[in-house]
Write a protein that binds this ligand. Structure first.
Ligand code: SF4
Ligand code: SF4
Length: 393
């Protein structure tokens, strides 16, 4: 019989425990979880093997394991585990630890992993936007200016050409570049690890798999019909699907609005007839789409927050990363809505202050994306593409 020598990494196991996998030592390897998981394939099932690797601190194996990204966190395994080892939480902790260290500077990942890092995460954009506010206030001659006809126009302080557009462009493309680096690193570790699977049936090009994947996972959320709210109910996770769909529709609507407004602003410099002036009238179609997106986003937030609060802690719990992401999206949505309401109510001080906070939270959402649970969308897509291309349909 071949001998295998394992070198336990207790530091990594401790990191997993701190990231929400505190129940991992309870596992006694009965494999009930792998049988219960509706997502696990017949060959190479999970999450039992991940429980072994986690308790032995096998960092390299977990880094190279695409399966930790395939879990939908439905909790079926946790509900049936005879030892209360909460494998769903351990899988989530594995993902948290992997994306915390995936891209540089990993210091940001460290700040993102506990409430202690929150002041730094907030202070960076808070100082950035405050400096811009101070400079513009000196140029315009007021901290809370109005136009000549008495209107509140945020662009007077946070001017698109030199502040909002370039800063958010750099932030967005910087985050996309880091996500690409993170995905490349993951892909290479999957290829070099044990995760490479036996190729079954005819292979298709990567773009076919990617298109199918984006439709099934993001467009239709079909997999949420496979995952159930637990073996006792056997019901599809309708609330979770509704919440996620609302968030996607809300975000996509707001991104379309941002693209139209920015496009109108820059193209309008060359073709004045296409120019879009902000603030837009409430009945303008682009404004209607913006407000529709905001309302749908708020509905999604309410549904997902209630669902998290109602989760049975006996089977699985929400970790800090879950609440951090939900909290930042709440703050983005609320400050966005309130800044508009204060502007319409002509409350000039509140309007500018809340809009400033809105910019801070939007920056936090995008700039820290590669180390956040939102970045996990890209890493998960990368893992799903890998397993499809290597034979798991
Ligand atoms: S996590 Fe629970 S169900 Fe899975 S192998 Fe361990 S003890 Fe068994
Ligand atoms: S939480 Fe659901 S998808 Fe994830 S391992 Fe457990 S049963 Fe499988």
């Amino acid at each position: 019989m071949a001998k295998v020598t394992l070198t336990p990494d207790s530091g990594f196991a401790r990191e997993l425990i701190d990231a929400g996998g505190d129940s991992l030592k309870k596992c006694y390897q009965c494999a009930t979880c792998s049988v219960a998981c509706p997502m696990a394939p017949a060959n190479n099932p999970y999450p039992r093997k991940e429980m072994v690797w986690a308790s032995w601190g096998q960092k390299d194996k977990l880094m190279a394991d695409p399966d930790i990204w395939l879990c939908h966190n439905c909790g079926n395994c946790a509900e049936l585990c005879p030892r209360g080892a909460k494998p769903a939480d351990v899988m989530a902790a594995c993902r948290n630890v992997v994306y915390k260290n995936l891209v540089q500077p990993s210091k940001v990942g460290e700040w993102m992993s506990s409430p202690k890092g929150l002041p730094m995460l907030f202070l960076i954009p808070a100082i950035l936007w405050l400096v811009i506010w101070a400079i513009r206030a000196a140029i315009v001659g007021a901290w809370f200016p109005r136009t000549e006809d008495g209107r509140i126009v945020f662009g007077q302080i946070f001017y698109g050409d030199y502040t909002i557009d370039p800063i958010f462009m750099i932030t967005f493309f910087g985050a996309v570049y880091l996500l690409y680096k993170g995905c490349s690193k993951l892909w290479n570790s999957f290829k070099n690890g044990d995760g490479k699977l036996v190729v079954v049936g005819p292979t298709k090009p990567w773009y076919y798999h990617l298109a199918m994947l984006l439709w099934e996972e993001v467009g239709s959320h079909k997999k949420f019909d496979t995952c159930t709210e637990g073996p006792k109910t056997g019901q599809p996770e309708n609330n979770r699907k509704l919440g996620h769909m609302c968030m996607i529709v809300g975000f996509v609507s707001l991104m379309i609005v941002t693209a139209i407004v920015a496009g109108g602003h820059w193209v309008g410099k060359v073709v004045p007839v296409l120019s879009i002036e902000t603030p837009m009238p409430l009945t303008f179609p682009v404004k209607l789409l913006a407000n529709f997106g905001a309302v749908v986003l708020l509905v999604g937030l309410v549904v997902l927050t209630i669902r998290r609060k109602r989760q049975n802690p006996k089977f699985f719990a929400s970790n800090y990363q879950d609440w951090y992401l939900l909290g930042v999206i709440w703050l983005v949505a609320l400050t966005g809505c309130l800044s508009q309401l204060f502007r319409l109510a002509d409350a000039v001080h509140c309007a500018y202050l809340v809009y400033y906070l809105h910019l801070v939270f939007v920056w936090m959402l995008f700039a820290y994306l590669p180390w956040s649970k939102l970045g996990h969308l890209a890493y998960r897509t990368c893992a799903l593409l890998f397993v499809r291309m290597y034979g798991r349909g």
